[in-house]
Design a binder for this molecule. Structure first.
Ligand code: GLU
Length: 462
């Protein structure tokens, strides 16, 4: 059997981290088995439908580099097919028209409540003669759920789960306006798309039993299920905005790399021994349903950050600069890019995110005149003689390498009886970067080159 998994988001807003994890697991499972991963937009709720939300989901998948097979399917566009299946079920006596008015249904609920029974539909039209149908009511279509016995799902995460049939009612599959319900659409689409494995949040476990009723009525094979536990925040509650960013695009905008996010999301509910760093190729090789945890996973911001630091360090410099570009002020000139290429190894070793990379590398992109922050200004004010000495010495330095710049600074420190190298290096840093934090300033100075260094020193003296 060739594996086909799916990612069927409802486009209600942005892509939540929980959805991203679901997408990743389905993608990994499909790729591991050399199968297919398909995307379906569950866009049947037309009142709340937003194209923007669809675009946000697609952007998020693209950013996470979770590629899908075939065209993205719109569930809404399959409505005719869903209706056909409902009609077939009615024809085969597996579903039926129900003509209850809203008042009747309310009465039914009130009565059940008063008797302390589940407020299920009492199946009054299940075996009634359609000739009794009132003329003024547009009927709904209900499925005939089994009346006795129980159903069991062998879930790959939850284990064997059994629900007795007195917990299932004859739920609606077609509304009175003729539109298919979500429950019907999901099953028909999953069948039509050839889905073999459904990995999704455990909030859908109850739905699985209802969906099974439809699969069985159509005599279609029921896919395998793996219902994933929720993601919790660090304090144990359901992961939500109060814990921090919840959407994929927010993490992109905070300067995380997609490969770090993938590794992090993988570990959020899936394990392979004690392995923490699992690059995607390795994840594809290892991914299995047995490794999915049974308990809710806790979101851990520090872990995400440390994984990101790891992947930043591993990343190709050209790509890193490209990814970091939006975090710089304005466009990067060719000169800035060249300097960043030379400084990237050091910058990426220090940075945990692309934002930090851009912050610490910003001075490579600066053009005179630029501002000095408060600390830098203070450093410069106290170091007029050092700056003069630096400028003269560096103007005349033949070998403009980091080592020889460092030696020159040492010599100035000795000459001016400043003693410590920092007394010279710090003003140099302030003059060149406008700040008091940077990677090795001697190396940075060599990268900026003699002309730019001296211009920046002169500007700081002025
Ligand atoms: N559209 C549903 C959701 O976003 C997914 C349903 C499913 O996986 O079956 O929660």
């Amino acid at each position: 059997m060739s594996v086909v998994t799916r990612f069927p988001p409802s486009p209600t807003g942005f892509m939540h981290i929980g959805n991203a994890r679901t997408a990743l697991f389905n993608w990994l499972f499909a790729r591991h088995h050399g199968g297919k991963f398909v995307v379906r937009i569950e866009d049947t709720d037309r009142k709340r439908h937003s194209e923007e939300a669809v675009e946000a989901i697609i952007r998020s998948l693209e950013w996470l580099e979770l590629d899908w097979d075939g065209e993205i399917v719109s569930q809404f566009s399959q409505a005719e097919r869903h209706k056909e299946v409902a009609a077939q079920l009615v024809k085969e006596g597996k579903a039926y028209y129900c003509y209850c008015s809203p008042e009747e249904l309310q009465e039914m609920r009130d009565k059940a409540k008063a008797e302390g029974k589940p407020t299920f539909y009492d199946r009054r039209w299940r075996d009634r003669d359609p000739a009794d149908a009132p003329k003024d009511i547009e009927p709904v279509v209900r499925i005939k759920a089994p009346l006795e016995g129980a159903s069991t799902i062998e879930d790959h995460v939850q284990g064997s789960v059994t629900v007795t049939h007195d917990n299932l009612d004859d739920f609606i599959i077609l509304r009175s306006d003729g539109s298919p319900t979500y429950m019907l659409s999901v099953v028909v689409d999953d069948f039509d798309m050839g889905i073999t494995h459904i990995l999704r949040g455990d909030d859908h476990l109850n739905n699985a039993f209802r969906q099974k009723v439809i699969f069985n009525a159509m005599e279609w094979d029921v896919p395998e299920f793996a219902h994933l536990p929720l993601i919790h925040g660090p304090d144990g509650g359901k992961f939500s905005k109060r814990h921090g960013a919840t959407s994929v695009e927010e993490y992109r905008d905070m300067g995380y790399l997609p490969e770090a996010m993938r590794n992090y999301l993988l570990r959020l509910g899936w394990g392979h021994g004690d392995d923490e760093i699992i690059p995607t190729a390795q994840a594809i090789e290892w991914f299995n349903l047995e490794g999915i945890g049974k308990a809710a996973a806790k979101f851990d911001f520090a872990k995400l950050e440390s994984l990101n630091a790891h992947y930043m360090n591993e990343a190709d410099n050209t790509r890193l600069i490209e990814l970091a570009t939006p975090f710089f002020d304005g466009e990067l000139s060719d000169t800035a890019k060249e300097r960043l290429m030379q400084g990237a190894d050091e910058l990426k070793e220090r940075a945990k995110t692309l934002i930090q990379f851009a912050q610490e590398g910003a001075f490579y992109a600066k053009e005179l005149p630029f501002d000095y922050n408060e600390k830098a200004q203070k450093t410069l004010e106290d170091a007029a003689d050092v700056l003069e000495a630096l400028k003269t010495a560096l103007e005349n330095l033949d070998d403009f390498s980091a080592e020889s710049i460092q030696d020159t600074c040492k010599k100035i420190a000795d000459d001016l009886k400043e003693g410590k190298l920092g007394k010279v290096a710090m003003p140099l840093r302030a003059a060149l970067t406008g700040t008091t934090v940077s990677p090795s300033i001697f190396h940075a100075c060599a990268i900026l080159g003699r002309e730019e260094t001296c211009a920046r020193l002169q500007a700081s003296i002025d």
